[in-house]
Design a protein around this ligand. Structure first.
Ligand code: MN
Length: 333
């Protein structure tokens, strides 16, 4: 068995200005990282964790040991940066990785509250345990699963990538069936809609995975869109089935456009100046990560934004000077 079709979608949601989720679609490797931290630190954390996967050699096999190593490498990168760059101190990220082995086995590595699911024979099964306060209380029988869904502290996680020099990674292997559909997603999806809705959407769009990821994002936004939403889907097919050959960047790039909410319109110069450059960290091609992260510790993108705003301000001042001069000249005649 092998990887068949795959698709991905990410969206900032309706409440957040930045998208701090990152994902990797590099068959047979798939992953999600949901970053957290002040300013742009969450974005940096998830991008650094994803970069460890994007730069990993294309392995044939490796199993749970390899998956754990990849997550540990992500942890090392995030922790190193957080320790050396005060502006990112305390940042962290979740990480859920799936690696399809040459025999079709699907090996998972998991830290945090992003989730992996499988849709098998039309039934959705959650594969990962959330490393979250609320999930811990449910496991101990101190909170019902129903109350957990609406719990105000459901986004507090108990394990993260980058907050400590070492991290304990859950690793496990699923023996697949041909026709399995695997979903990895951030909590911006799984906190907004119940598993029953995820199952319904995946069944409805089983034949069009791009439509499925878009429908998942749409449903999470319709339920409030409180957080960044990311979904990665891939299916396992028999060896004789055709594999998808399309560039995996294609479906991801169309979602990389930045969204600007009301907050941005408070800057008057944006009426004239082009909007700040979109952040590429959601898509995380290795080369761009290197350029963005290796260069300088410290938030480079905001500096570019300041330069652009300064330019816009100068243009406005020049325009005002010209208008005042014209009016004055007009009156003087
Ligand atoms: Mn999240």
């Amino acid at each position: 068995m092998k990887v068949g079709r795959f698709a991905s979608a990410t969206d900032p949601g309706r409440k957040r200005r930045l998208n701090e989720d990152a994902f990797v679609v590099r068959p047979p490797l798939f992953a999600i990282a949901d970053g957290m931290g002040g300013a742009r630190a969450g974005e940096i954390a998830s991008a650094l964790a994803a970069s460890a996967l994007n730069e990993a050699p294309a392995e044939n096999g490796g199993g749970e040991e390899l998956v754990k190593q990849l997550v540990q490498e992500g942890n090392r990168r995030v922790h190193e940066r957080a320790s050396s760059d005060p502006s990112t101190s305390g940042m962290g990220t979740t990480m859920t990785v799936a690696l399809v082995e040459p025999n079709g086995d699907v090996t998972f590595g998991h830290v945090g509250d992003s989730r992996a699911y499988v849709l098998r024979d039309g039934q959705l099964e959650q594969l990962t345990d959330d490393h979250s306060l609320v999930a811990e209380l449910v496991r101990r029988g101190e909170l019902s699963a129903r109350d957990a869904e609406m719990h105000p502290q459901r986004s507090v996680i108990t394990r993260a990538i980058g907050t400590d020099p070492d991290v304990d990674v859950d690793a496990f292997t699923v023996r697949p069936q041909a026709g399995d559909l695997y979903l990895i997603c951030s909590d911006g999806l799984s906190d907004m809609i119940p598993n029953s809705s995820i199952e319904e959407i995946l069944r409805k769009h089983r034949d069009d995975l791009n439509a499925a990821t878009k429908a998942l994002v749409k449903a999470a936004n319709r339920s409030g869109g409180d957080d960044n939403i990311t979904a990665v889907l891939f299916e396992i097919v028999g060896d004789d089935a055709p594999a998808q050959t399309a560039d995996p960047d294609q479906p991801t790039r169309e979602h990389a456009a930045p969204s600007f909410d009301e907050e941005d319109t408070l800057h008057p110069e944006q009426g004239i100046a082009p909007p700040p450059a979109p952040s590429d960290t959601m898509v995380v091609p290795a080369a761009e990560i290197d350029a963005a992260l290796a260069a300088e510790p410290g938030p480079a993108p905001p500096q570019a934004g300041i330069g652009r705003r300064l330019l816009a301000l100068l243009v406005i001042i020049a325009l005002i000077v010209v208008i005042v001069a014209l009016v004055w000249w007009g009156l003087a005649r």
